[in-house]
Write a protein that binds this ligand. Structure first.
Ligand SMILES: [Zn+2]
Length: 344
């Protein structure tokens, strides 16, 4: 068995606040005299049922964590530490999603909030060797006009270098809002060359995946795991080259599946889906990127060849330049060429 931390990979599903280290969360809270709920600091993975009350508990925890992020320094620290933590796990490319709206009041608006994050993403890329691209994500719980405002902001910062906006997303409770209403925002983003990477097929099934594909024309789906429930739909996603950002620990924490063995990773791979494993919100789920590959190995029985394929798939599904992708793919070959260490 080869070291999964050393396997070169791309991390395509990580939220800004959800990436925070526990120590950083408690330090930022202490600095500001904010008392956090005990369950945020107990190092236990969140576990809620996949209903609206469960989502509400998740969202409340998330909001409590976000409330400690109130300065430029805090924004910069979160980006930097996310890149450092990714680097330690063999990630070569991080595509981090952020909705700058919540931080805007503390730094003078959504434009400075995003520009601080982009600037730090460029610095962190240079410092860690992990290419950090930023996805601006709108929220389903806000008005679709807010999503358009964010899409225009994202479009103004679009590019493919480190510290530029590379994609446009849509997050929060999939059951909220009307997907078609967000189509104009995604059109703005698309016209600026940004890839659409909305969440879909996590809390809702194939029916909603069809809606998301029809209205938002995604390049990738955040989660998309429940498309496994409909082989025809899954075949369509595969044919269309729509990659799936699969986050096993997140699915279990949010009650989508009872345990990692029920996450339909093998079915997705058997159908030829392009899968990129992601950690989603390690702050709340207490499980990071390499852990998702460990689940693929330990729970789903993937051998090192299959794990290397999974890493290649994450790299191909990323929005990195062709040159970067080739360099990363060459390093995956090198990982596989190493002698495996016998299992202890
Ligand atoms: Zn997510």
């Amino acid at each position: 068995m080869r070291d999964l931390q050393a396997l070169p990979k791309a991390h395509l599903h990580l939220h800004f606040t959800g990436s925070m280290r526990l120590a950083t969360l408690s330090e930022l809270a202490r600095e500001q005299g904010i008392v956090l709920p005990e369950h945020l600091l107990d190092n236990q993975a969140l576990h809620v049922p996949a209903d609206q009350r469960g989502w509400f508990r998740f969202q409340r925890s998330y909001d409590a964590a976000r409330a400690v992020v109130r300065s430029e320094d805090a924004l910069r620290r979160i980006v930097r530490e996310a890149a450092e933590d990714d680097a330690a796990e063999g990630s070569r490319r991080l595509e981090i999603q952020v909705d700058p709206t919540s931080y805007a009041p503390f730094v003078g608006g959504i434009t400075p909030a995003l520009e601080i994050i982009l600037d730090e993403a460029a610095l962190a890329s240079a410092a860690t060797g992990v290419e950090v691209g930023v996805i601006v994500a709108a929220s389903r719980t806000r008005h679709p006009l807010d999503a358009r405002t964010l899409a225009r902001l994202a479009a103004a910062h679009a590019g493919d270098g480190p510290g530029q906006v590379i994609g446009f997303g849509l997050s929060n409770d999939e059951r909220r809002g009307n997907t078609a209403d967000f189509a104009p925002a995604f059109r703005i983003a698309r016209h600026a060359g940004l890839a659409g990477v909305p969440h879909g097929g996590e809390l809702l099934g194939p029916e909603h995946v069809r809606d998301v594909v029809a209205h938002l024309k995604p390049a990738r789906l955040g989660h998309g795991v429940r498309s496994a429930e409909d082989p025809d739909l899954l075949a369509r996603l595969v044919d269309a080259g729509i990659a799936l950002e699969v986050c096993p620990t997140s699915n279990v924490s949010l009650g989508v599946y009872p345990d990692p063995a029920h996450v339909p990773l093998p079915q997705l791979l058997d159908a030829g889906a392009q899968v990129a494993l992601g950690a989603d919100d390690p702050l709340l789920f207490r499980s990071r990127l390499a852990d998702q590959y460990r689940i693929a190995r330990d729970v789903h029985g993937l051998d090192d060849d299959a794990l290397a394929d999974l890493a290649r798939s994450s790299i191909r599904a990323s929005l990195a330049s062709e040159r970067s992708k080739q360099a990363m793919l060459t390093d995956v070959d090198a990982w596989l060429a190493r002698d495996p260490v016998p299992a202890a």
